[in-house]
Design a protein around this ligand. Structure first.
Ligand code: CAA
Length: 259
């Protein structure tokens, strides 16, 4: 499919999804959000894609929701815009494939929120993170108040959100917002190494792990463990389980088929 504001490329089992509105620092307007929604559907349907990298073109990952579009919104249209962003980000978060955010630059407001809807965040040493919304007279609207708290804890999330403070990649690493920091020129290659390492595993098992972790963190431990047992059992209906275990026992090459 042709998009105006994003680029979707496939490299083997890995899809690279790039937000590409560099003149506006990849700010998320409605059009870009809707394209992102379509691209997620396209990736979901493609059984040959086992892992996804999300990144931005130019000096920004995403510098936020589009302020030019938001400035004239009223209560109803503001709510609608927030719902659109939350719907798309939730679709990304629940996509049955792992997603790595390769944060190449500014990840502010909706950009930080987008990275947090991904499974794993790695960053360029030049990346900047923050939720500067209160400095614009609004709250974070694409999940920031919820996902930042879950990722870095209540106190740190409140400090970042209340102060609108922008932090660098090393501070993001220190507080657990990102997993690793790389030199800018190595970021995409490192993201591909990580994505391909994940893509070499049994894809259904990886997607069950994502579901178990994401659901389990929201519910009580007994219900979560029972969900884990359900998915664990489900694995034994897959060819990948049979192939993976036979290959181990017979000391042969593993070959996962996503079946
Ligand atoms: N929306 C719309 N346009 C944006 C934008 C945004 N979030 N961020 C940057 N741009 C545009 C600028 O207006 C500018 O356009 P023009 O060339 O037409 O003037 C272009 O991108 C380049 O930006 P700058 O000249 O400002 O670049 P800079 O390097 O000097 O500064 C920056 C970079 C610090 C990221 C600065 O652009 C900035 O502060 N951007 C806004 C960041 C922000 O507040 N994000 C949160 C938005 S609110 C939100 O996201 C709500 C939510 O939770 C859903």
């Amino acid at each position: 499919m042709e998009y105006r504001n994003i680029v979707l490329l496939k490299e083997g089992k890995v899809a690279v999804l790039t937000i590409s509105r560099p003149k506006a620092l990849n700010a998320l307007n409605s059009e870009t959000l809707k394209e992102l929604d379509l691209a997620i559907d396209e990736i979901a349907k493609d059984d040959e894609i086992y892992a996804v990298i999300l990144t931005g073109e130019g000096k920004a990952f995403v510098a936020g929701a589009d302020i030019t579009e938001m400035k004239d919104l009223d209560v109803m249209s503001g709510r609608k815009f927030g719902i659109l962003g939350n719907k798309v980000f939730r679709k990304l978060e629940t996509l049955e494939k792992p997603i790595i955010a390769a944060v190449n630059g500014f990840a502010l407001g909706g950009g930080c929120e987008l990275s947090m809807a991904c499974d794993i965040r790695i960053a360029s040493s030049k990346a900047k993170f923050g939720q500067p919304e209160v400095g614009l007279g609004i709250t974070p609207g694409f999940g920031g108040t919820q996902r930042l708290t879950r990722l870095v804890g209540l106190g740190m999330a409140k400090e970042l959100i209340y102060t609108a403070k922008i932090i660098g990649a090393e501070e993001a690493l220190r507080i657990g917002l990102v997993n690793k920091v790389f030199e800018p020129e190595n970021l995409l290659a490192e993201a591909k190494v990580l994505a391909n390492t994940i893509a070499a595993q049994a894809p259904i098992a990886v997607s069950f792990c994502k579901a178990a972790i994401n659901k389990g963190i929201q519910i009580d431990i007994d219900t979560a463990l029972s969900y884990e047992s359900e998915l664990f059992g489900e694995c034994f209906s897959t060819e990948d389980q049979k192939n993976g275990m036979i290959a181990f026992v017979q000391k042969t090459e593993k070959c996962f088929m996503n079946k």
